[in-house]
Each structure stands twice: as structure tokens, then as C-alpha cells.
Design a protein around this ligand. Structure first.
Ligand SMILES: NC(=O)c1ccc[n+]([C@@H]2O[C@H](COP(=O)([O-])OP(=O)(O)OC[C@H]3O[C@@H](n4cnc5c(N)ncnc54)[C@H](OP(=O)(O)O)[C@@H]3O)[C@@H](O)[C@H]2O)c1
Length: 440
């Protein structure tokens, strides 16, 4: 048997420990499949004395992950520390500069510095593999990088955050409020103590920025992603969506348009019968639309130690076999800056829920403001039964009436202008709720 591929593992937390377990359990099979064994030889973490479920004694301990990255005894660095800055960044740069391939699950690092790291990897002719950084166990990076013709890709979108999908699924299925579902997700370990990174859409935005680069050959740019989270979604929205034949999902969507690449993360109404609408709980899904091809949807576990570790091990297996592709599927030097399609020019259908003041002329004023922006309505529903109630009493006349509007395709700019005018007219109370509709 050929020489083993010697791995230096920086980070032995949830994913790192699972990688050690998987490499151990699959040792023989992997060696047969790759033509050589894959063995962890040295590890690094923050605290040597920490109690751990796995035994690290058989590995060399190198306290500094940057020193581990350049250690002559390792062939490849696996970075599972996390974070866009040091020591993860410096460890990855050090390994690449020393001519060692790198495997990482670190979406923050890739989103922040993906292009410069790809340049470095190519300069030193080594692999930089990051399958685990997006959608955990779903092989979407490889699919976009190697499995599809990059020039024909039109749109990539998906459910990239299990926490948000869990909360929305639970709200809908069990008729619970957002806050209650969030607390439950925290109790079950699906949501962090500070959940804002997940629920405000930033985690999805980082992953989408990576997918958009792979799909369209643009430099990773998370600042080009328009981002909205799910914390304003109410049961009333989910109920209305259900009645209208939709389900609400937090989607990351990257689309090639005439105005440039549109990248956006926001709650989205998707047709109930679509593949993506069936994905419930913490599961992730990604759909790819390419010219001349029916949409392809990959569904699977988006996080968790073992799922993520399986993506890391698959990346290691490629390195053991000697497979090296440019990190983003094309030479990094040819990747271009994103030509960002302004969100104002986004076109699509909209769900708008507003509280109309119960006065003569309110409905007519709203209709006029929409018409002034050339917005046509597919449906309009006044929901008297959904009036805000006082201590369990039915809503009374004189109180605002919830109105739900579904528009035909229009632009973001038109919707924003119309709603700003309606607010100035003082015919509604509170802020209107707006959810974009994504048809297949
Ligand atoms: N968990 C998931 O489901 C998942 C899914 C997809 C991607 N990822 C990504 O995988 C990476 C690792 O995530 P994780 O959940 O395994 O994190 P984790 O459980 O917090 O583990 C992080 C590891 O890094 C070590 N570490 C932290 N700061 C360090 C420093 N300054 N120097 C050296 N070591 C340091 C920690 O050391 P100690 O053990 O001593 O504290 C720990 O071993 C992240 O990039 C994350 O985004 C995770």
C-alpha cells in the first residue's frame, strides 16, 4: 500500500471529533478506495486539558494551529476552528504557502477571503477544498464546481440554514409563535444562545455568496447579498401562505439577470408542491437551474458533526487520490468582481399584508397607490376575522382590518414606492409585511 496521507487537524470540536471518528471507522475502506490510507497524525485546539469524548493521546499535540500548518510531518491541513480571522486564516494561508493542500468547513473564512485563498492555492498548485462549508453533508460544492457546465447555470437557490427551516416548519405545523419556536430550537441545540447570525439571514448570506461564486465565476462577496431574516414572520403570514398555495422558507437565491448577478436572502413564498417546499425541519436543500436541464434539487443534512465530517472526509479522499481542481471551478485569476444587480430592480410577485384603517376610502387609496406604480393584483383579501383582538373579544369596527395582497410580477422599487406612499397617506397602521414570491 502507498504511503498514508498524513493529516494535521486544527480544531477537534463537534466536526473535528467526528472527522477523527469517521477516519477511524472507515480506515480500510477509504484506503482501498483512495489507494492509500488517510491518517490523522497531529492535532491542535485551544485547550489541551479539556475533557473530550475522543482520545487525542495517540496524536501529536501542536498547540499553535499555525505551527501545525507548516509542520513537515503533515501532508494536508484540515481547518475546523472556524471564524474569518486568525488563527484559522493564518493557518490556512501558512499551509497553502508551504505547498500543503487544505480542507476546511469554514464558511466565514471562504466568504470573507475565498478569492485570495483560491489565488494562493493555485499559485502553490495545491487543493483548497471546502465542501463542508455550505449545506453540510450535501455535495453541492462539488456539483457546482465539477458536475455542471458553469456557463449554463442560471439560478441556484436553497434552504441553507437548518435553524431557520426548523423554526418555520415548527411554527407552521404546530401553530406556534416565532419566539416560542426559537426558544425550543435553542433548547434542542439547533440554535445558538445568540441566534441573530442564523435568524437574521447572515449565515445563509455567507453560504449563498460561496455558491454564487461557484455558479457564476464571480469573486466571493457577501456584501453583495441583500439580506433579510425571519424574525418578523408571524403565524398570520404562514396561514395566509397556506391558503394561497404557498409555504414560507428562508431562501438564499442567486440569479443571473441582465442587470448582473442578483444575490438575496429573505423569507420567500414557494409553491406548496415544489420540491423545496417539502423540505422541513433542520434539513437543507439546494436547487440548481441550468439552461436545457430540468431543475436539480439536492436535499440532505445541512449540519451536525457526522454529516459535516462526511463532507470533510470526501474532500480528503480527493486529495489522497491526487485530484485537484481550481477551488471555484475555474482559474481564480479569471474570476471577476460581482456585477451586482440592484435589489430595487428585482422582479417577481409579492405578498403584502397590511393593517388598513377602518375608514371610508382606505381601500381605494391603497389601490390607487399600487396602480400609480403599475402594480396589478392577483388577489386581495380583507381578513376581518384577523383583526387584532382585545382580551379575547372579537375585533370591533373602527379597528384596523388586515388586508392581504398578492401582486403579479412587479419590481421591488415599485412595491417600496407604493408602500411608502400608502404609509404617508396614513391609511394603514404599523409597518406592512412584505414577502417575495419565488415561482418555479
Ligand atoms: N457544527 C456544525 O454542524 C458545522 C456544520 C458546517 C460547518 N461547520 C464549520 O466547521 C467549523 C468547526 O465547527 P464546530 O462546530 O466543530 O466548532 P467547535 O465545536 O466550536 O470546535 C472548534 C474547535 O476549534 C478549536 N479552537 C477554537 N479557537 C481556537 C484557537 N484560537 N486556536 C486553536 N484552536 C481553536 C476549539 O478548541 P477547544 O476544543 O479546545 O475548545 C475546538 O476544538 C466551523 O468553521 C463551522 O462553521 C460546522
Amino acid at each position: 500500500m502507498a504511503e498514508p496521507l498524513k493529516v494535521g487537524l486544527a480544531g477537534v470540536g463537534t466536526v473535528g471529533a467526528a472527522v477523527i471518528r469517521l477516519l477511524d471507522q472507515g480506515h480500510e475502506k477509504l484506503a482501498t478506495r483512495c489507494g492509500r490510507p488517510i491518517e490523522v497524525v497531529a492535532v491542535s485546539a485551544r485547550s489541551r486539558g479539556k475533557k473530550r469524548a475522543i482520545d487525542l493521546k495517540k496524536f501529536r499535540w501542536i498547540a499553535d494551529p499555525v505551527a501545525l500548518a507548516s509542520d513537515p510531518a503533515i501532508d494536508v491541513l484540515v481547518e475546523l476552528i472556524g471564524g474569518a480571522g486568525d488563527p484559522a486564516k493564518r493557518a490556512v494561508e501558512t499551509a497553502l504557502a508551504a505547498g500543503k493542500p487544505v480542507v476546511t468547513a469554514n464558511k466565514a473564512l471562504l466568504a470573507g477571503h475565498g478569492h485570495e485563498l483560491a489565488m494562493l492555492a493555485e499559485r502553490h498548485r495545491v487543493a483548497l477544498n471546502f465542501e463542508a462549508s455550505v449545506a453540510g453533508g450535501i455535495p453541492i460544492v462539488k456539483t457546482l464546481r465539477e458536475g455542471l457546465d458553469g456557463d449554463s447555470l442560471m439560478r441556484v437557490y436553497g434552504i441553507l440554514n437548518g435553524t431557520c427551516n426548523y423554526i418555520l416548519s415548527r411554527m407552521e405545523q404546530d401553530r406556534l409563535a416565532f419566539d416560542e419556536c426559537l426558544r425550543e430550537a435553542q433548547r434542542l441545540g439547533y440554535a445558538e444562545a445568540d441566534p441573530s447570525f442564523d435568524v437574521e439571514g447572515h449565515d445563509t448570506a455567507q453560504k449563498l455568496a460561496i455558491l454564487a461564486s461557484l455558479a457564476f465565476g464571480t469573486k466571493v462577496d457577501p456584501d453583495a447579498v441583500y439580506t433579510e431574516g425571519i424574525s418578523s414572520i408571524t403565524l398570520a403570514d404562514l396561514d395566509a401562505a397556506g391558503e394561497l398555495g404557498y409555504r414560507v422558507k428562508l431562501l438564499g437565491v442567486a440569479v443571473r439577470t441582465e442587470a448582473g448577478i442578483e444575490q438575496r436572502v429573505h423569507p420567500t413564498m414557494v409553491p406548496k408542491e415544489s420540491a423545496i417546499a417539502q423540505v422541513m425541519g433542520v434539513t437543507n436543500a439546494v436547487t440548481v437551474d441550468a439552461e436545457g436541464l430540468a431543475p436539480i434539487t439536492l436535499v440532505g443534512p445541512g449540519a451536525g458533526g457526522m454529516a459535516t465530517a462526511s463532507a470533510v472526509v470526501s474532500d480528503l479522499a480527493d486529495i489522497a487520490r491526487g485530484v485537484r481542481t481550481p477551488p471555484f471551478g475555474r482559474p481564480a485569476a479569471r474570476m471577476t468582481a460581482v456585477r451586482k444587480a440592484p435589489m430595487q430592480r428585482h422582479e417577481g410577485g409579492y405578498y403584502i399584508r397590511l393593517l388598513a384603517r377602518d375608514r371610508p376610502g382606505s381601500a381605494a387609496t391603497i389601490a390607487r397607490r399600487l396602480a400609480q406604480q403599475q402594480i396589478s393584483l392577483e388577489s386581495i383579501v380583507q381578513r376581518h376575522e384577523l383583526r387584532p383582538q382585545v382580551a379575547g373579544q372579537p375585533g370591533r369596527s373602527g379597528e384596523p382590518v388586515p388586508v392581504i395582497l398578492i401582486t403579479y410580477a412587479t419590481t421591488e422599487d415599485a412595491v417600496r414606492k407604493a408602500l411608502a406612499a400608502v404609509r404617508r397617506d396614513r391609511v394603514i397602521s404599523g409597518r406592512p409585511q412584505v414577502i417575495r414570491i419565488e415561482k418555479n
